[in-house]
Design a protein around this ligand. Structure first.
Ligand code: DSN
Length: 451
């Protein structure tokens, strides 16, 4: 390769991924086979349509690849239908709307600020612009207690009042298991389609460590690159229950994906999805999925020991959501994200239930264990990482202390917040303890190669 600039950036990214600890719960390390297949000759092909029904010639190999991916998806999740063409999660979810609703229909989903996803009906998403969306939140009380945080009475009340045509169950920031049966009872009572977006937990379901929605919902969408550990991409599946409700659902979904929303599928991506699904069908993947949860629980325990308030009292899956407002006041997740980044620990700021600040300046952090578990890290490493996170948080605490007793970031005038964050970063970058932690993290991380 002689594109020096891109080569340099690839090398820097490789170094970052190797030397740091990746805790963003939606990220993972795909296998080298998956990465290799992504750059195979399938990258060159156009194949609008579906296997054996294409608009272009030369698709005999693409057909077989797509059929393999479909068969493997059906086997892994126990469903009668799968479409493996969606470019990623958001287009997959939009295709579900197109297949089941007309513009202006009422749909219902978990609010983004309560851990849902933009495409479950947020007002800035096409799903909230072209459809009337009702959003449900989580319980208002005892959110740090280990309990199912969904308020089913409230969800039922909203469903009965607004009669949605489509209800979403699924989240991007929910640390506990889903009770799909309860959502199904509500959807059935109002005769709605029930779609579960399992993007975050697909690998856990495939590995048998999280209950499957397959018996309860009509449609399942998932990305393929999170816990499922494949390439970026997505799939839409229809269950037996979905076929019973609407035998034409598979055809409607196929039409919604192409020609409704997309053009030519990314065949290199389809081939890599097929590889990842095969990997997920192996017994070793079950072990991996179980270890993700064990690691998440070990990390959660360490963070609790360090005094953090965790939503849901801990973790039952791959993910932890911590409220930092008792430490720093509202709106301060960004400081943890930035300081931890400088220490080689990557996670993201996130809203918490009953968020007191805003989605741009949320009060929490979201972290998880799919990527570190892929590297072979176990409970011991999680406890080490947990300790380092608490150390970084106490460095931030000291910085805040120096701003005076009554200091509150959230109370700063809006135009001053950016400047305050910049100064914080400048100071923290030079902090000796942060540098020391970064070296400790690097030393530990390098013992666990990435694929
Ligand atoms: N960006 C994904 C996540 O981090 O959960 C959702 O689209």
């Amino acid at each position: 390769m002689n594109d020096k600039k891109i080569e340099k950036l690839i090398n820097l990214e490789e170094k970052r991924q190797k030397e740091g600890v990746e805790l963003i719960p939606s990220e993972n390390y795909a296998s080298s086979k998956v990465r290799k297949v992504l750059s195979s000759y399938f990258v060159n092909k156009y194949s609008e349509g579906y296997p054996k029904k294409r608009y272009y010639g030369g698709n005999e190999n693409v057909d077989d690849v797509e059929l393999l991916a479909i068969e493997r998806a059906k086997k892994l999740f126990g469903v009668p239908f799968a479409n493996v063409q969606p470019y990623s999660g958001s287009p997959a979810n939009l295709a579900v709307y197109l297949a089941t609703c007309k513009p202006g229909d009422v749909v219902m989903g978990q609010a983004l600020t309560a851990g849902g996803h933009l495409t479950h009906g947020h007002s800035v998403s096409a799903t909230g612009i072209f459809f009337k969306t009702i959003q449900y939140a989580l319980k208002k009380t005892d959110v740090y207690k280990k309990q199912d945080l969904f308020d089913y009475d409230e969800i039922r009340k909203l469903a009965k009042e607004y009669k949605p045509r489509l209800i979403w169950v699924g989240a991007t920031a929910y640390p506990l298991k889903f009770d799909y049966k309860k959502f199904a009872e509500i959807a059935d009572e109002v005769d709605a389609y029930l779609a579960s977006d399992i993007a975050h937990i697909a690998g856990l379901i495939a590995g048998g460590v999280h209950p499957s929605p397959v018996d309860y919902v009509h449609i399942i969408t998932t990305t393929t690159h999170k816990t499922l550990r494949g390439p970026r991409g997505a799939m839409i599946m229809v269950t037996e229950k979905g076929l019973k409700k609407d035998p034409e659902l598979p055809e409607k979904i196929n039409k919604a994906v192409f020609p409704g929303l997309q053009g030519g599928p990314h065949d290199n991506q389809t081939a890599a999805i097929a590889v990842a699904l095969n990997e997920a069908l192996q017994p070793s993947f079950k072990k991996y999925a179980h270890q993700i949860v064990k690691n998440s629980q070990a990390l959660a325990e360490e963070l609790k020991k360090g005094g953090l308030n965790l939503v849901g009292g801990g973790s039952e899956n791959h993910l932890i959501l911590a409220d930092l407002s008792p430490l720093f006041g509202p709106g301060c997740g960004v400081f943890a994200q930035k300081a931890l980044d400088l220490a080689g620990i990557t996670l993201n700021k996130n809203t918490i239930p009953n968020e007191p600040a805003s989605p741009f300046y949320p009060s929490g952090i979201r972290l998880g264990t799919p990527a570190s578990t892929t590297r072979g890290m176990k409970e011991k490493e999680m406890r080490f990482i947990g300790k380092k996170i608490i150390e970084v948080l106490s460095i931030i605490k000291n910085y805040f202390k120096k701003q005076g007793n009554n200091f509150s970031f959230w109370n700063l005038p809006k135009e001053k917040r950016g400047e305050f964050i910049k100064n914080f970063e400048k100071t923290i970058k030079k902090n000796r303890d942060i540098k020391k932690i970064k070296n400790e993290i690097k030393k530990m991380a390098l013992k666990f190669p990435i694929p």
